[in-house]
Each structure stands twice: as structure tokens, then as C-alpha cells.
Ligand binder design. Structure first.
Ligand code: SME
Length: 157
């Protein structure tokens, strides 16, 4: 497919409705995991211009940073640490409207104000997380959760 991304103006829902089918088309014929994770990050970053969009994968009992777009990030996060390690341990999506109010939040960038982290679960095992950070307060809600989960469900491990 052409490597040109069509980005939408409009509501968050309209933006996701535009971007999710394109992400599906980009990754469906590709078996390389990091290639697919990298293109997902690039597409989300281009559409929403969030501060940081990226994946951490569980390796050797820790989360290790994988494909991402944005400022340099912490390389490793332990289980139950930060928002990512908590989403991993609790096996659920965490939306943080104000990172300063999340005890133990790991500030990879001082510009980050709100965050959403979704665990990636296959056969009941958490394989990693998708983390999206914004410079705006309370930028994430159930709409992000719904569509980011759809994107996660497209990833073949
Ligand atoms: N804020 C995350 C750490 C990862 S970075 O923000 C990229 C956390 O608290 O787990």
C-alpha cells in the first residue's frame, strides 16, 4: 500500500475512525512485530500529535521500551512501577487525567500531563503495554480506550 497517511480533522472519534482502518491496512500483511509497532506509533503520532506514543514489551520480567515516537524514554520499568507497571500488574487500562496525582508516576518527560496505558494481553498473559502521553491535562477518555484497544487487537504476536 501507499505509505501516505490520511489524517482527519474533527472529533477524536472521527480521527480514530479515519486512522484505525489505515493502521489495519498497513499491518495486516506484515508479520514483523517491531515493524508493525513502529508504524502504529507513527500513525497515532501523525494523527494526534501526542507527546509520546509507544510500546513497552515484557522481557525477562520487566517492561522494556520498544517502538515509540516522542522524546527519549525510560528503557526499563518494573512490575507495579509507574502507570505502565501498574497496568501490567493489574491487567487493566489506566487513564491518568493528571500525572502529578498518580502516586509513583514515572516522568520520562516533564512535559507530560496526562496519560493512558493499555495492557496487551494474549492467552491471559500480559505481553506488553501501549502508552500514550499528552502535554494536555485530562486528554484521554473512553473513546481513546475503545479505539486504542481495537488497534491493540490488530497486532499479531
Ligand atoms: N509515564 C510512564 C513511563 C513511561 S513514559 O511516560 C514514556 C509510567 O509512569 O509508567
Amino acid at each position: 500500500m501507499a505509505e501516505e497517511l490520511i489524517v482527519a480533522q474533527g472529533t477524536k472519534k472521527e480521527k480514530y475512525e479515519t486512522i484505525v482502518p489505515q493502521i489495519r491496512a498497513i499491518i495486516e500483511g506484515e508479520t514483523d512485530l517491531v515493524a508493525n509497532l513502529a508504524n502504529i506509533c507513527a500513525a497515532l503520532k501523525e494523527q494526534f500529535d501526542y507527546l509520546w506514543v509507544g510500546f513497552y514489551l515484557v522481557k525477562g520480567g520487566e517492561l522494556v521500551v520498544s517502538a515509540f515516537q516522542g522524546p527519549v524514554a525510560c528503557t526499563r520499568i518494573r512490575k507495579r512501577k509507574g502507570v505502565c507497571g501498574t497496568a501490567w500488574a493489574e491487567r487493566k487500562t489506566i487513564i491518568v487525567p493528571d500525572v502529578e496525582k498518580f502516586p509513583g508516576h514515572i516522568a520520562c518527560s516533564s512535559l507530560s500531563r496526562s496519560e493512558i496505558v493499555l495492557p496487551i494481553i494474549r492467552a491471559k498473559e500480559v505481553l506488553g503495554v501501549l502508552d500514550v502521553d499528552s502535554i494536555g491535562l485530562a486528554d484521554f477518555d473512553e473513546t481513546d480506550e475503545k479505539y486504542l484497544q481495537q488497534i491493540i487487537d490488530l497486532i499479531k504476536f
